[in-house]
Design a protein around this ligand. Structure first.
Ligand SMILES: [Zn+2]
Length: 575
């Protein structure tokens, strides 16, 4: 089993050569004309031997030829569209292994604070939201940056000064905190007497014990459940926004990281109407408050919501929170000021219940997708998979852990050993203020060496996939690829990377965003590389990222996105 996951490339070779022979062998009849032939390109195929080509041909949504100019002629008929790429780079279409398309799209249409880079800009944006729609009962939205406020805890007073009358509810960019005003606290009935809910925290004024305006984890829902629910039309509009954004950045396949029923309805409707321009592997939310009795419901959702480009065969478990809010589950306590009680962060499951759930999901044939940030959460997840394999026997399960921020190095080889895919968000792997101010100080230098150890996971033989976690951060894979290579902020001058031992090479991170993402969504036989017989998923870039200085990779832009042989995005002047 681990041989299978480690040697993806070998399977790719076998597949390509069989189909290739059938189409191009000397005894074959002349091929039917292609729908599309692209010539004079630099095609980086991401096939098993990472070969290059100059020409590709597409018929019926699949590649029928990948090779040199000479071989292309036979595929050109009177109705074939031919495109001269002018030497531009073509890559397989990108796969985002962990993303929240609909909530990101809906957030972009609400009070969107993702672009506000200072405290003043956040407050100005909230002021603009309040003024924009005076009839709205609530001011809701999100995307504010935790690092802009002391202790990642903005106060209710800041919001009260802007909007004293209507309730305000604004989730943080990472989705694990919310910032609310006094009116919202009153509607939710949260006072100094309200205890912290299980798996959550109400930040309080240290002097008075009054709720201060920031809510963590499950406490977010104390107010969130009073916000008027979004309508089906809102979900649909959010998805449409996301699909347009994916097309622009070259994404053809995604793992929806946390799907509820309303989202699944929106995906299924889009799939049936032929509007779904990415293939979606949907991760069904597992309720941490329930045990294995919820599994029949998940089985039913999987049945009901699997369509042509939609597959709901994944179950999502949140094992812990985030380090910045000290809600990630650590093996050893956080570094705290003198006198503070030692805290390790709570996991959302005790090990026995996690083991039961993972084993039961594995037995039902689900892929298990775990949110794991702290080293204790990662270990718990690996232990649960190990026990599931012992109970059920090994199978081609492709369980994965996303975010995987802090490792105990002893756990690194276990990913390959257990066939667990390492699902990183590479855009986070540089020393920004989240790392410098909120992460390294609470971990200390020794543990901080093992933050986002992408190179170590690649070297261990694990399958490494990559995703954006959009709307937490940009969905543009090229930005994240640059950071994986440089471990520096996109565009920063060339210089030493943050934890340079963990920098990867460009081909490795391109593979993470293409063939490994396809593998994660169980479609590596159809997508993830440019090979004869596979679906024609590809992107053309305006600049060759293999020829650019590493700190300019993010400046490259997708100018043409083709999904299953159909153009879904094009910058006309650039093609
Ligand atoms: Zn996420």
């Amino acid at each position: 089993m681990s041989l299978d996951t480690r040697r993806l490339a070998v399977a790719g070779v076998a597949l390509a050569s069989t189909i290739g022979l059938a189409v191009c062998g000397p005894a074959a009849a002349p091929p039917a004309p292609a729908d599309l032939v692209v010539r004079h390109a630099r095609v980086y195929t991401v096939d098993a031997v990472r070969s290059w080509a100059t020409t590709l041909a597409v018929r019926g949504g699949r590649f029928v030829y990948v090779g040199d100019e000479a071989g292309a002629e036979a595929h050109i008929g009177p109705a074939t569209q031919t495109v001269d790429a002018g030497g531009r780079l073509i890559l397989p279409g990108f796969h985002d292994a962990h993303v929240h398309p609909i909530s990101a799209g809906m957030e972009a249409r609400q009070c969107d604070l993702n672009e506000a880079g200072s405290r003043e800009a956040v407050l100005a944006a909230v002021r603009a939201c309040a003024a924009r729609d005076p009839a709205a009962a609530w001011i809701a939205g999100g995307g504010w940056d935790l690092t802009l406020f002391p202790d990642a805890s903005p106060s209710k007073a800041l919001l009260d000064a802007i909007e004293p009358a209507r309730p305000v509810f604004l989730t943080a960019a990472d989705g694990h905190s919310a910032w609310v005003n006094s009116r919202a606290l009153a509607i939710a009935g949260i006072t100094r007497e309200t205890p912290d809910p299980e798996r959550g925290r109400i930040e309080r004024d240290p002097a008075t014990g009054e709720p201060a305006g920031t809510l963590r984890e499950s406490a977010v829902d104390l107010v969130g459940r009073h916000v008027p629910p979004a309508s089906a039309a809102d979900y649909r509009a959010g998805l449409d926004h996301a699909l347009a954004r994916f097309a622009e950045v070259g994404i053809v396949g995604v793992q929806e990281a946390s799907a509820g029923r309303e989202m699944l309805d929106a995906y299924l409707a889009a799939d049936r109407e032929g509007r779904l321009t990415v293939r979606v592997r949907a991760s069904l939310r597992v309720d941490p408050g329930r045990d294995t009795d919820q599994i029949p419901d998940l089985v039913e959702l999987r049945r009901a919501y699997t369509g042509r480009r939609l597959n709901a065969g994944t179950a999502k478990l949140f094992l812990d929170g985030v380090i910045e809010a000290k809600t990630a589950a650590l093996l050893a306590p956080y570094v705290e000021g003198p006198g503070a009680p030692p805290r390790r962060g709570d996991a959302n499951y005790d090990q026995a219940r996690l083991d039961r759930l993972v084993a039961a999901l594995d037995r039902e044939g689900f892929q298990v997708h775990m949110h794991a940030i702290g080293d204790r959460a990662i270990r718990m997840g690996l232990d649960a998979v190990e026990r599931a394999r012992a109970t059920n026997g090994p199978r081609d399960a492709r369980h994965h852990m996303a975010h995987i921020q802090l490792f105990d190095p002893a756990d690194i080889p276990r990913f390959a050993g257990l066939g667990v895919v390492a699902n990183f968000q590479p855009l986070w792997a540089y020393a920004d203020s989240y790392i410098r101010d909120l992460t390294e100080p609470v971990l200390g230098p020794e543990r901080s060496r093992w933050l986002y150890p992408i190179r170590s996971l690649v070297a261990s033989g694990a399958v490494v996939a990559a995703g954006s976690d959009w709307s937490v951060s940009s969905p543009d894979p090229l930005r994240a690829m640059e950071v994986a290579v440089t471990r520096r902020e996109p565009g920063a001058p060339i210089g030493p990377g943050w934890i340079p031992e963990e920098q990867v090479d460009l081909p490795e991170i391109v593979a993470a965003y293409t063939i490994a993402g396809a593998y994660l969504s169980v479609e590596e036989r159809d997508s993830g590389s440019i090979e004869t017989g596979k679906l024609a998923d590809f992107v053309m870039l305006d600049r060759d990222i293999f020829g650019l200085p590493a700190n300019a990779i993010h400046t490259a832009k997708v100018v043409w996105t083709v999904m299953e042989g159909k153009e879904v995005y094009q910058v006309r002047s650039e093609k």
